[in-house]
Design a protein around this ligand. Structure first.
Ligand SMILES: Nc1ncnc2c1ncn2[C@@H]1O[C@H](COP(=O)(O)OP(=O)(O)OP(=O)(O)O)[C@@H](O)[C@H]1O
Length: 735
């Protein structure tokens, strides 16, 4: 088609007649001054009410008659109140449905879009739009228009909208230039496109395979993968081997890039002890910082040798309690040392000891802060201690997302105002979070870290509790006695047996720990009937709130994926009045129990008391309260908070009737059901079983074969994590 033959057609999109997501082929009706003209072409994703400027030709189609065939399509924002109303009502901006659209357009008329763009705060003057909702609309508006161009460009490389949005968030208007120059920028942690996908773009753009940018991306990709698997670093030799397989370039080329990037401080390579390690700088810096800071704390607050015996005895008399020897030792240590680690299994008196520490510090007039890594753990700490406990993120006043990592308002320039800080469930704290925590406390602040070192390590990279204890430099007390009350519970005593390598008692029928012998093909059905009928009937447990199925694995017939479909179908079946939405392999239905599967610091929530905040975290579980298809919004209640998800955020959710043991860390449930399949060596091991069992408060049911249980208890595979924190601490403290 010659340029001079083009005709220009301008008007408002009246109707989207057809749109093919894969090819972008679209048929629209354009309102050109009252006349409706059908236009076709690869027009990208358009919204009804949008003003378009099409260039192309009129042609006659054998079946459909006269049509305008567009070669190019420019989108302009709708200008008149009517067009804007149509545009917004059609769901162009997530969070605005037809009703809200009408209210906004009635208030601002032709200027509506200008107001959304330039003075979005005025939106909250419209009845029914809160400040947080106004903020959300502003963000969506910016996003919709910016990413449209990016999506159109990246579509040719089969990049889905999800990654386009993340790329746009990171690079904004520079996105296309960045991709053309270095497509590997898309596999950074905060965008997360797989290396292979970026490599394909690189190939399509005919970029050289031995380009240093490609090799660096491959190295970073391998290191990030190691971080996601819990390691803070990799052995140099292992990294080179992995990168070589991934990139198919010579070892020399990889080593050259490693050398140069080490010089440029983009990557850290260092000989530590007998081996050479490679780090992404943030993990190296974090481990070095933690070690240095701990050493300063350990050295700068000398043990006063003051005896706290009298204070503890007085407290015992007042509270009518007798602390056992190690509890007294822990209290005294926490009162005299800059940092103390308190560890022990279930029922060994950790919480009781924390209470003693808080009480005595309060009597000295000290300001004590309590925190835990998850909302549930913090809530439990509050309930048990009677003092407010916050999540560590909340305590540090998480602010905004910088890539995938949070930023905290409490930091070295603005430290927490307290004399003592006590962290519970410390086994769940990862390297980066501990670095942030230590940055935000003054050197004079006393730190007490409490956790069970036999639990699975943190989801994020690092093995902090283990490394601190193993360094032998951080004052530590391990509680071992199981107290009488706790000793009556088979959940508690069996958990101790398991961690000691002894097969638990499974014959007792009148306690809180049950083993139901079942053949493999009967287990799923029994899990369903326990959740739906038997436990609600016998104990009045809610299948949504009280019962949690914990699986070693995601895969297989007894993995979370398969069990969730079965449990959803029986607990929350398809019904005419229950809207549904599909996202990837998942189908979400009103009333479903769901779990957030990655940290998202942007999702805005409202607490029941009206407080607003941002951030939903990996492992948070909630119930779907509404699904609004026109507005493409899904609302989830997480305990006392409610958060809105746009449909494109649903890939961060999974059904949560059944979750993996790894995801259950730090949470407790009234009743836990553990279905055991045929043992897979990787996932059927002692610490995992122990973690699962200790999640149950009142009732635990294990289903499967006794041999599988014995196998797990006997499999003492340790979750090995590559970190050098232990070494760094020893060097700093003793060196
Ligand atoms: N010195 C003590 N004398 C008598 N009972 C105690 C003592 N210390 C703790 N207990 C009791 O033992 C039980 C377990 O204690 P606590 O909750 O402090 O342990 P925990 O280690 O925090 O357990 P979990 O990790 O399971 O929460 C509680 O009922 C508590 O009241």
């Amino acid at each position: 088609m010659q340029q001079e033959e083009f005709t220009v057609l301008e008007g408002t999109v009246e109707t989207i007649v057809y749109h093919n997501d894969d090819s972008g082929f679209t048929v629209i009706e354009v309102n050109c001054g009252g006349e409706l003209i059908t236009a076709v072409g690869e027009l990208g994703s358009l919204g009804e009410g949008e003003e378009v400027r099409l260039m192309g030709q009129y042609a006659t189609h054998a079946s459909y008659g006269s049509q305008f065939r567009a070669a190019t399509c420019e989108v302009k924002l709708p200008a008149t109140a009517g067009a804007i109303l149509k545009y917004l009502s059609a769901g162009a901006i997530k969070g605005i449905g037809p009703k809200t659209a009408r209210k906004i357009v009635e208030a601002f008329g032709d200027k509506t879009l200008e107001i959304i763009e330039k003075q979005p705060e005025l939106l909250s003057e419209v009845n029914g739009i809160s400040q947080s909702k106004a903020k959300q609309i502003e963000n969506d508006f910016k996003k919709v228009f910016g990413i449209r161009t990016v999506m159109a460009y990246l579509k040719r490389f089969n990049i889905t909208p999800y990654y386009c949005i993340r790329a746009w968030k990171k690079f904004g208007p520079m996105t296309i230039d960045v991709v053309n120059e270095n497509p590997f920028a898309l596999c950074s942690d905060d965008i997360g496109l797989a290396f292979k996908a970026t490599d394909e773009i690189s190939r399509a753009l005919s970029l050289p395979t031995d380009a240093p940018a490609r090799i660096l991306a491959g190295i970073q990709y391998e290191l990030s993968a190691a971080n996601r698997n819990g390691h803070t670093c990799m052995l140099y030799a292992k990294l080179v081997e992995r990168a070589q397989q991934l990139l198919d370039v010579s070892t020399d080329e990889i080593e050259n890039v490693l050398y140069e990037q080490n010089q440029a401080q983009t990557i850290v390579t260092e000989q530590i002890g007998d081996a050479e390690y490679v780090y992404l700088p943030q993990y190296y810096d974090a481990e070095r910082f933690i070690a240095c800071r701990l050493s300063l704390i350990i050295k700068s607050i000398p043990d006063t040798m003051k005896s706290y015996d009298e204070d503890i005895s007085r407290l015992e008399a007042e509270k009518g309690i007798h602390y056992e020897r190690l509890q007294k030792k822990a209290i005294a240590m926490a009162l005299s040392n800059g940092i103390t680690v308190l560890t022990g299994g279930p029922g060994t008196g950790k919480t009781t000891t924390i209470m003693g520490i808080i009480e005595l510090y309060k009597r000295m007039g000290k300001k004590v802060l309590l925190a835990a890594p998850t909302g549930r753990a913090a809530k439990r700490m509050s309930e048990l201690s009677g003092y407010e406990a916050k999540t560590i993120h909340r305590l540090l006043e998480v602010e905004y997302s910088k890539g995938d990592q949070p930023s905290f308002r409490r930091n070295s320039r603005n430290p927490l105002n307290c004399d003592v800080i006590i962290i519970d469930e410390f086994s769940m704290v990862d390297t980066l979070l501990f670095e942030s925590l230590l940055s935000a406390v003054r050197l004079s602040c006393r730190i007490v870290l409490v956790g069970d070192s036999d639990q699975l390590p943190s989801v994020g990279a690092g093995n902090i509790l283990h490394d601190l204890i193993q360094s032998d430099c951080v004052p530590t007390v391990t509680l071992t006695e199981i107290f009488r009350q706790a000793a009556q519970s088979l959940i508690v005593t069996n958990a101790h047996d398991i961690i000691n390598g002894e097969v638990p008692q499974i014959e007792v029928k009148d306690n809180d720990f049950f083993f139901i012998k079942r053949d493999l093909d009967q287990i799923a059905q029994t899990v369903v009937s326990l959740c739906r009928d038997r436990l609600p009937k016998a104990y009045a447990y809610s299948p949504l709130w009280d019962i949690q199925v914990l699986c070693p694995s995601r895969q297989g017939e007894l993995g979370t994926a398969a069990l969730n479909s079965k449990l959803q179908a029986s607990i929350n079946p398809k019904q005419a009045d229950r809207p549904e939405v599909k996202s990837g392999p998942n189908l979400f239905r009103l009333g479903d129990k769901v779990m957030q599967i990655r940290n998202n610091y942007d999702i805005i929530w409202t607490r029941d008391d009206g407080e607003n905040g941002a951030g939903v975290f990996n492992g948070d579980i909630g119930i779907i309260e509404s699904i609004d298809r026109p507005a493409q919004l899904l609302t989830i209640r997480f305990d006392d908070r409610v958060a809105d998800y746009t449909f494109d955020q649903l890939i961060e959710l999974e059904l949560a009737y059944a979750i993996t043991v790894h995801k259950s860390q730090g949470s407790e449930y009234e009743a836990v059901i553990i279905p055991l399949a045929k043992p897979m060596q990787n996932l059927y091991y002692r610490n995992l079983l122990y973690t699962a069992v200790t999640r149950a408060k009142k009732l635990l049911i294990i289903l499967g074969a006794p041999e599988t249980l014995s196998y797990m208890v006997g499999n003492n595979r340790k979750t090995y994590r590559y970190t050098n924190l232990q070494q760094f601490i020893t060097d700093e403290v003793l060196g």
